[in-house]
Every structure is written in structure tokens, then in C-alpha cells.
Write a protein that binds this ligand. Structure first.
Ligand code: FAD
Ligand code: AMP
Length: 479
């Protein structure tokens, strides 16, 4: 092991491993330190996303969706099945296989690109020195020309609901239940709470989501949020807004939850409780006092638009810095920093970061919401198109939701796209590309889409901005 590198990356989650691979591709000697261990106690790369986040949650969402389809969807279209049941142990094994396949690929990518993998803990000292402590063995000081910190985030815990890993769990625990809880409580109806609540609801749990805010999904477009809430409630999710959890106690293997709503103190009993109240940047033990890196007022590593910290040649990317805590946002930052170190001039376009909730139907959006445009006083036009009249959605018996496009009233530039519907996570990519190239709604309307596809709903919503959608009667008729 060398003591000197062009670049040392701390953290091998999506932000860190993208940065490390790109640095090595650009010819820099690169080491990446990561301290994560898997359930067997072995070092593992990929961070939260691959091990305890995006990937395992999507594995459980896809499996539980297949189960729900077999139970409720297939009989409706004439496909007869026998009694449908879930083998939770096999489902979890499958999830682990998917995780292992992906995390096992990163060491190969590191090797193929020439990144030195250093399992253990990294701590930034002064003058771009990094203290590296392997899992077994003595600490050593390494020197780098540039350091990229990608230490990620961890779940927020709240004093009223202390996680015990058995009855009261965080998102990691909720990805590994060994049976379907009869009654499941979820604190927080944000993205993670909705996804995990949906998994267990589909498999048979009675799920209650307790959300402190009075509004459902305030970051989403209001109309889309309202429609999504109705659909999720129809699926059986008991979503209670304006409910602040004040206590949770395990008694006789049940969790007694106390919360306050507009009528006063309430209590509920669950078999399991998931605490999904957000994530916080993970900075414990990361910086020596003389590292030169500062935190912002919310505890994130302070960086500028180019992800540079206050210390020269030290950068930070991903969940440990401001901005949405999303894997793809960190990946783009990691690549941008690597290329900037190599003298190139890329930028991250923070206006086109897509957000997705992988429920069914999915919710996905990019850009501004209608309530944001109203608040800013910007004049805009709206085009919407429901999946209920989209041929492909009807053929697939999957018709909930709509596409909504917001465009500037003068220039017609697309300002925001919101999708509630099947495969919204894939459809939103079209909107991101359009916005990245500064497209107008007319540009999208003039583009040819294959028929019959779900994408045609995006096309029709774009035509609808100017009042000439074909497969619905336009409220605002224009020539
Ligand atoms: P992380 O993935 O957290 O990785 C940081 C790594 O750094 C970890 O391995 C950590 O051990 C290591 N580390 C930290 N400190 C040190 C140190 N001092 N020394 C050595 N190593 C260190 N995002 C999406 O975009 N799409 C989704 O569908 C999605 N689903 C999610 C579902 C769940 C249940 C959760 C919890 C999160 C989900 N996310 C999703 C969020 C996503 O996982 C994070 O945004 C992403 O993992 C952040 O990447 P990162 O590289 O910044 O940090
Ligand atoms: P997110 O930030 O998307 O992960 O969502 C977390 C959600 O948890 C937010 O909508 C918070 O309002 C909610 N939340 C935080 N603390 C509490 C609490 N004590 N009781 C109920 N909901 C909470």
C-alpha cells in the first residue's frame, strides 16, 4: 500500500465510488476508504444505497407488488391462480442475492479501473492528510493531493421512539423483518415511510402512518400529492396527518405509541414500529479539529456549488452535503468533482434532479411545482393527461394517475413535470432530458412517441399545455 495518492475518497457509497472510478479513469492514483461491514461482518462497498437503501427497498417493493398483483390484479383480468402466499424467508434471500450481486461488482470495477480499496475508517487531518484505520491493524497517515469526502447519512432517531432493532426499527430493520407484522406503525409519511409501509401493507400488514405535518407530501405538486394520498388510502394505508408521536414503549412484545393530533392525546398498539423521520449527515469521527472543513448550520459539511469545502483541495459530495438526499444527486456530484480535479469544467444542474417514490402507482417529479410557481408569481400554462385514457395503461389494467406539465406562459419553457402513474420513475427521465436541453412544451409536443406506450401520456400533456391534446377534450381550446 502506497502512502501517497493523487486522490483519496472517504466513503464508497454511490457518491464516493462514482468519484473514485472517474478519478482513476482520468489517470489519477486513487484510493477509496470505506468502513461498512455486511451482515456476515465482511467489508462491503456500495454504502447505504446498495446495502440498506435504494436497492434492497426496491427488491422488496417489486416482490411485494408481484404478490399484490397475483392476489388482486390477476383475477380481474381473467388469470386464475391458486391460493397466493408469501415466503418471507425466500423473499429476504432474494433481496440479499440482489444486494450481493451489485455490491460484489464494485470491487471488480475498482480493480478494473485501478482504484485501491482500503477497508476501514478514514479521518481527515490537516493539509490533505488522511488517517486510515483498517478494520484490523494500526492506523496510518496517508497523503493526498485532493480529498473527496462522501461519508453519507444515517437515519434520524427521535427521543420519543428509541430504536431497539426488534420492535422499534429504523429503515434498515424494516428491510429485514422475518415475518409479516399483523399491525405495523410507521412514523413519518415521507418517501421512505411510504415505500416501506407499502411493502408490508401489500404482504398483509395493517399499516398506520403517523405524520406530524398537516399536508401530505408537501414537496410534491399539490394536485399529485392529493391524488396519490387517495390512491394509497384505497390500497389500505391508513395515513394520519397532523399526528406528532410523543412516545413509544414496548410492553408484552407490543409497541404502545402515543401521539397528539387536533383532538388531543391518542394511543395505538402495533406489533412493529418503523421510525422513518428522515436522515442526517454522517460526520462522527470524520474530521480532526484542524482539517479546515466546516459544517453548515444544519450539520452538513459546508460546500459551495462546486462541492468545494473551506479546506483547499478538499471536496464533499452526496448525502453529507446540502441538497436532496438521493443517490443520483451524489453520483453526479462525485463525477463532477473528479472531472474538475482533472481540469475539466462540468457543472451539476440542481434544477433537474428527479425525485421518485417507488409506490404503485409511482410518483415522480422534476422542477417546480404549481404551488411554487403560484408563490413566485411566475405566469405559467398547465397541461395534464390522465392514464385512464391512455391505451397502454388500459391494456395493462394500470390506469391510476396522470402526467402534469408546467411551462412558462411566455417562453413555453418546461418548468416542472409531475407524474403519478405506472413506471413514473422511467417516464420522468424524458422530462429530465427535455429540461436539461431547455425544451419547450411545444418541442415535446412535436416529438414522435411510439404507440401504444405510457410515454404518450407525457406527449399528450405537452400538447395539452397549448390546449390541443388529442385524446381528451381540452379545457382551454386553442387553434
Ligand atoms: P452512503 O450511501 O450513505 O455511503 C457512505 C459510505 O461512507 C458508507 O458506506 C459509510 O460506511 C462510509 N463512511 C462514512 N464515514 C466513513 C469514514 N469516516 N471512513 C470510512 N468510511 C466511511 N435514493 C435514491 O436516489 N433512490 C432511492 O430509491 C432511494 N431509496 C432509499 C431507500 C432507503 C430505505 C434509504 C435508507 C435510502 C434511500 N435512498 C434512495 C437514499 C440513498 O440511499 C442515499 O441518497 C445514498 O446512499 C447517498 O449516497 P452517499 O454515497 O452520499 O452515502
Ligand atoms: P422524509 O424527510 O421524506 O424522510 O420524511 C420524514 C417525515 O417524518 C417528515 O414528513 C416529518 O414531518 C415526519 N416526522 C418527523 N418527526 C415526526 C414525529 N415525531 N411524529 C410524526 N411524524 C414525524
Amino acid at each position: 500500500m502506497s502512502d501517497k495518492y493523487d486522490v483519496i475518497v472517504i466513503g464508497a457509497g454511490p457518491a464516493g465510488y462514482h468519484a473514485a472510478i472517474r478519478c482513476a479513469q482520468l489517470g489519477m492514483s486513487t484510493a477509496c476508504i470505506d468502513k461498512s461491514l455486511n451482515e456476515d461482518g465482511d467489508p462491503v462497498l456500495g454504502g447505504t444505497c446498495l446495502n440498506w437503501g435504494c436497492i434492497p427497498s426496491k427488491a422488496l417493493l417489486d416482490i411485494s407488488h408481484k404478490f399484490a398483483e397475483a392476489q388482486h390484479g390477476l383475477p380481474d383480468v381473467g388469470v386464475k391462480t391458486g391460493k397466493v402466499s408469501i415466503d418471507v424467508a425466500r423473499m429476504m434471500e432474494k433481496k440479499t442475492e440482489v444486494v450481493k450481486k451489485l455490491t460484489g461488482g464494485i470491487p471488480q470495477l475498482f480493480k478494473g479501473n485501478g482504484v485501491t480499496s482500503l477497508p476501514g475508517t478514514g479521518k481527515l487531518l490537516a493539509a490533505r492528510q488522511v488517517e486510515y484505520t483498517p478494520h484490523e491493524g494500526k492506523a496510518k497517515v496517508l497523503q493526498a493531493e485532493h480529498v473527496i469526502i462522501a461519508a453519507g447519512s444515517v437515519p434520524v432517531d427521535i427521543p420519543p421512539a428509541p430504536v431497539d432493532g426488534k420492535h422499534i426499527v429504523d429503515s434498515t430493520g424494516a428491510l429485514s423483518f422475518d415475518s409479516v407484522p399483523k399491525r405495523l406503525g410507521v412514523i413519518g409519511a415521507g418517501i421512505i415511510g411510504l415505500e416501506l409501509g407499502s411493502v408490508w401493507n401489500r404482504l398483509g400488514s395493517e399499516v398506520v402512518l403517523l405524520e406530524a405535518l398537516d399536508e401530505f407530501l408537501p414537496m410534491a405538486d399539490e394536485r399529485i400529492g392529493k391524488d396519490a394520498m387517495k390512491i394509497f388510502q384505497k390500497q389500505g394505508l391508513d395515513i394520519r396527518l397532523g399526528c406528532r408521536v410523543t412516545g413509544a414503549e414496548v410492553k408484552n412484545r407490543k409497541v404502545q405509541v402515543a401521539y397528539k393530533d387536533k383532538d388531543g392525546e391518542q394511543t395505538l398498539e402495533f406489533d412493529k414500529l418503523i421510525v422513518a423521520v428522515g436522515r442526517r449527515p454522517y460526520t462522527e469521527g470524520l474530521l480532526s479539529p484542524d482539517s479546515g472543513v466546516n459544517l453548515d448550520e444544519r450539520g452538513y459539511l459546508y460546500v459551495n456549488d462546486l462541492c468545494a469545502t473551506d479546506a483547499p483541495n478538499v471536496y464533499a459530495v452526496g448525502d453529507v452535503v446540502r441538497g436532496p438526499m438521493l443517490a443520483h444527486k451524489g453520483m453526479e456530484e462525485g463525477i463532477m468533482v473528479a472531472e474538475r480535479i482533472a481540469g475539466q469544467k462540468p457543472l451539476v444542474n440542481y434544477e433537474t434532479v428527479p425525485s421518485v417514490i417507488y409506490t404503485h402507482p409511482e410518483v415522480a417529479w422534476v422542477g417546480q411545482t404549481e404551488q411554487q410557481l403560484k408563490a413566485s408569481g411566475e405566469a405559467y400554462n398547465v397541461g395534464t393527461f390522465p392514464f385512464s385514457v391512455n391505451g397502454r395503461a388500459l391494456a395493462a389494467n394500470d390506469t391510476d394517475g396522470m402526467v402534469k406539465i408546467l411551462a412558462d406562459a411566455d417562453s413555453d419553457r418546461i418548468l416542472g413535470v409531475h407524474v403519478l402513474g405506472p413506471q413514473a420513475s422511467e417516464l420522468i427521465a424524458q422530462a429530465v432530458i427535455a429540461m436539461e436541453f431547455d425544451a419547450s412544451a411545444e418541442d415535446l409536443g412535436l416529438t414522435m412517441f411510439a404507440h401504444p406506450t405510457l410515454s404518450e401520456a407525457v406527449h399528450e400533456a405537452a400538447l395539452g399545455v397549448a390546449g390541443h391534446a388529442i385524446h381528451m377534450v381540452n379545457r382551454k381550446k386553442k387553434k
